[in-house]
Design a protein around this ligand. Structure first.
Ligand code: IPE
Ligand code: IPE
Ligand code: MG
Length: 250
């Protein structure tokens, strides 16, 4: 007779711990999703954008206070001009069409990444939605747009060096708590859980400093197929994990 797995595996039998407060998502697989259907990659990006709406809407019920999504990396400029400009116009349209819903849902929107290389119209829309939702507190959506972890650390270091040069910061006072104050994410807690869809098991320059102690989940599902149910299944697995931060089992 088969023995129920719960009896064999003490980890599975453990009571569920608290859920993650901050979930970061590498939304990958849009292009393959479209290509498998014989459609242009941009169609996959559009389908992916709809999933963002569904996942953000689910967060408050699931106890997730912060959700950070990787929308465009500093490396994604290497794609064809058609794909890059299609993505930029999708971001503009997304902000315009979602602004109302996000405001009513109580979502506070923020962006991380280097804005200076983005076009003025997109930057203006980003500023607009950040200001519009600044008083919302139900869920915090952060969109990583023209974001790269190494680029973020380089930009942060530049600001930190300026403060040292001007005498505002004593180099002897620098600890591991100093650099995070200069990162784009300075107002956010570190992610507890990083999810990557589409079967790739790499982090592609996402939240390098912040994810030092995050749990990782790599799932095969392509981002446009990533439903609320997939999200919930991952969150319940997270509850079974024991985070030790270098300590020993309690
Ligand atoms: C992720 O999907 C979205 C962006 C990087 C903008 P991809 O476009 O990378 O999809 P695949 O990996 O080619 O399938
Ligand atoms: C990472 O996906 C960036 C985003 C999801 C925006 P990529 O598809 O660009 O990453 P690589 O090229 O597979 O590492
Ligand atoms: Mg990809």
């Amino acid at each position: 007779m088969a023995i129920p797995t719960q009896i064999l595996d003490p980890v599975l039998a453990a009571p569920a711990g608290p859920g993650p407060r901050h979930v970061a998502i590498i939304m990958d697989g849009n292009g393959r999703w479209a290509q498998r259907r014989g459609r242009p990659r941009l169609l996959g990006h559009r389908a992916g954008a709809r999933r963002v709406r569904e996942i953000v809407a689910a967060c408050p019920d699931l106890g997730v206070e912060y959700v950070t999504v990787f929308a465009f990396s500093t490396e994604n400029w290497k794609r064809t001009q058609d794909e890059v400009s299609g993505l930029m116009s999708l971001f503009r349209r997304y902000i315009q069409t979602e602004a109302d819903t996000l405001l009513r849902q109580g979502t506070r929107v923020r962006f991380i990444g280097d804005r200076l290389q983005l076009d003025a119209k997109l930057r203006a829309l980003m500023d607009m939605i950040e200001a519009l939702t600044a008083h919302n507190t139900r869920v915090n959506l952060t969109v990583a747009l023209n974001y790269g972890g190494r680029d973020e650390v380089a930009r942060a270091t530049k600001r930190l060096a300026r403060d040292v040069a001007s005498g505002r910061l004593d180099p002897e006072s620098i600890t591991d708590q100093t650099l995070p104050r200069y990162l784009d994410t300075h107002v956010l807690p570190d992610p507890d859980l990083v999810i990557r869809t589409s079967g790739e098991a790499r982090i592609s320059n996402f939240l390098l400093w912040q994810s030092a102690y995050a749990e990782y989940e790599f799932v095969d599902t392509l981002w446009p197929d990533f439903t609320r149910d997939c999200f919930e299944a991952i969150l319940s697995r997270y509850g079974m994990r024991e985070r030790r931060y270098g300590g020993v089992r309690a």
